[in-house]
Design a protein around this ligand. Structure first.
Ligand code: COI
Length: 359
C-alpha cells in the first residue's frame, strides 16, 4: 500500500542522468526526488509525500540549528544483473533509527513508515540506481527538529526525509585499496550515558576536529578510544573497526552505549561465524592492537560500515608512530568477508540470512 503520495517533480533528462552516473564519488550527487513527512505534537505524523529534491524552508530559530536535535540513517539499494533493485537489512536500520530518535527526544517513526519511505522513493527513483562495480544508491533517512524556539526543550515540530545519492566507493578507487587510520587520544567521540550508540549528527560533529587531525597526519579516518580511561578501542569517525589474528580470529570492540551498532558490523560477525572463524566481541586495548600489529599477532585490520562496506586498513598511526598492518596490503580474511558480503548484496551469492528485500 502506498503511504507516500507521489507529487509531480521536474526530472532531469536521461542524458543528464547518464552523465551524472558516469562519474560517481560518494554522497555528492542526488536523485530528482525525496521522501518527506512532517510531525507535530498535536497531529502526529502527516503529509507523507515524495516531492522534488530541493531545499527546506526553515526558520533561523529552528531547534536543529542551535541544539542539533537530529538523527539519521544510512542504507543502500543495489541493482542486480537482471535489473531488479534490492535493499539490505533495512528493517535493522528502521529499528536503530527508532532508538536514535528516542535518545534525541525526537518522535519515533514506525518501521512501516521508514520502510515505505525507502521503498517508495527507490521505486520512483529506480533509474538512479547505478550499475557499476562498487556502486549503489545510498539512502539517507533523517529527522530534524524545526520548532522556532531557543528554549532548550524537545521540538514539537519535526520533519523526516529520505534523500538518495547514487554513489561509488566511500574512499574512492576500487574500494579495496587500504586506507590509513589515525588514533587520537586528544579527542573523545562519546561518553557513557551520552549519544554514542545513537546515529545523530552530534556524534559526527564531535569527530570533525579529530578527523582534521587524522588528515593532517596523512590518514583518511580517525579512530577513537573510550572517553573514561582513554585505553579501549571504540570506533572510527564514520565506521566500526575489526582486527584479525594470525590464526584467523576476528576481533571487534564489544558494544557499549558509546559505540554505534553497525548494520554491516553485525553482518560481518555473522559471515565470519558462517565461515567457521572464531569471533570475539570484547574490550580491545589500543596498546594490545598496536603491539599485536607490530608483533604479527594481528595480521589484518579493517573498517566496516554501510558506506565503507569493508575497507582494509594498511597502516594504523598514533602519536607513537606508524604501525603497518601485515604487509600493508589487504588480508585474505578481509577480502573473503568483503567478497561474501558484496556477493550477497549484489545478488551473486545465496542470501541465506534473508537480508535482501526486493523493491
Ligand atoms: C554509513 O556508513 O552509512 C554512515 O552513515 C557513515 C558515514 C557516511 C557517516
Amino acid at each position: 500500500m502506498t503511504q507516500f503520495t507521489l507529487h509531480d517533480a521536474p526530472l532531469r533528462p536521461a542524458e543528464e542522468r547518464a552523465s551524472v552516473l558516469s562519474d560517481l564519488g560518494f554522497g555528492a550527487q542526488f536523485s530528482d526526488r525525496m521522501a518527506v513527512a512532517d510531525w507535530t505534537a498535536a497531529d502526529g505524523w502527516h503529509d507523507r509525500r515524495i516531492v522534488a529534491y530541493g531545499p527546506f524552508e526553515l526558520d533561523p530559530a529552528a531547534a536543529v540549528f542551535h541544539y542539533a536535535q537530529e538523527a539519521f540513517e544510512g542504507l543502500k539499494a543495489y541493482a542486480h544483473a537482471d535489473g531488479s533493485i534490492w535493499r539490505f537489512r533495512a528493517d535493522v536500520n528502521a529499528e536503530r533509527f527508532r532508538r536514535s530518535c528516542r535518545r534525541l527526544g525526537l518522535p519515533e517513526l514506525s518501521a512501516a513508515d521508514f520502510l515505505a519511505s525507502v521503498d517508495e522513493l527507490v521505486a520512483a527513483e529506480r533509474d538512479w540506481v547505478p550499475t557499476g562495480a562498487e556502486q549503489s544508491l545510498y539512502l539517507r533517512p533523517f529527522m530534524f527538529a524545526r520548532s522556532p524556539i531557543l528554549a532548550v526543550k524537545p521540538s514539537t515540530s519535526v520533519t523526516y526525509a529520505v534523500i538518495a545519492s547514487p554513489s561509488g566507493a566511500y574512499f574512492g578507487g576500487s574500494g579495496v585499496a587500504p586506507v590509513d587510520i589515525w588514533f587520537t587520544r586528544d579527542y573523545s567521540r562519546a561518553a557513557p550515558g551520552g549519544t554514542g550508540f545513537a546515529k545523530c549528527g552530534g556524534n559526527y560533529a564531535a569527530s570533525m576536529v579529530a578527523q582534521q587531525e587524522a588528515e593532517a597526519n596523512g590518514c583518511s579516518q580517525v579512530g577513537f578510544v573510550d572517553a573514561v580511561e582513554h585505553r579501549f578501542v571504540e570506533e572510527l569517525g564514520g565506521m566500526n573497526l575489526f582486527a584479525v589474528t594470525s590464526d584467523g580470529t576476528v576481533v571487534t570492540p564489544e558494544l557499549t552505549d558509546t559505540i554505534l551498532e553497525g548494520v554491516t558490523r553485525s553482518a560481518v560477525l555473522q559471515l565470519a561465524r558462517d565461515a567457521g572463524l572464531s569471533v570475539e566481541e570484547r574490550r580491545l586495548e589500543l596498546t594490545e592492537l598496536v603491539d599485536g600489529i607490530d608483533s604479527g599477532l594481528f595480521t589484518e585490520v579493517f573498517a566496516c560500515g554501510t558506506a565503507a562496506i569493508i575497507t582494509p586498513v594498511g597502516t594504523l598511526k598514533d602519536a607513537d608512530g606508524a604501525h603497518v598492518v601485515g604487509d600493508g596490503r589487504p588480508g585474505a580474511t578481509t577480502l573473503a568477508l568483503r567478497q561474501r558480503l558484496t556477493d550477497i548484496q549484489y545478488g551473486l551469492a545465496e542470501d541465506t540470512h534473508g537480508w535482501m528485500h526486493r523493491i
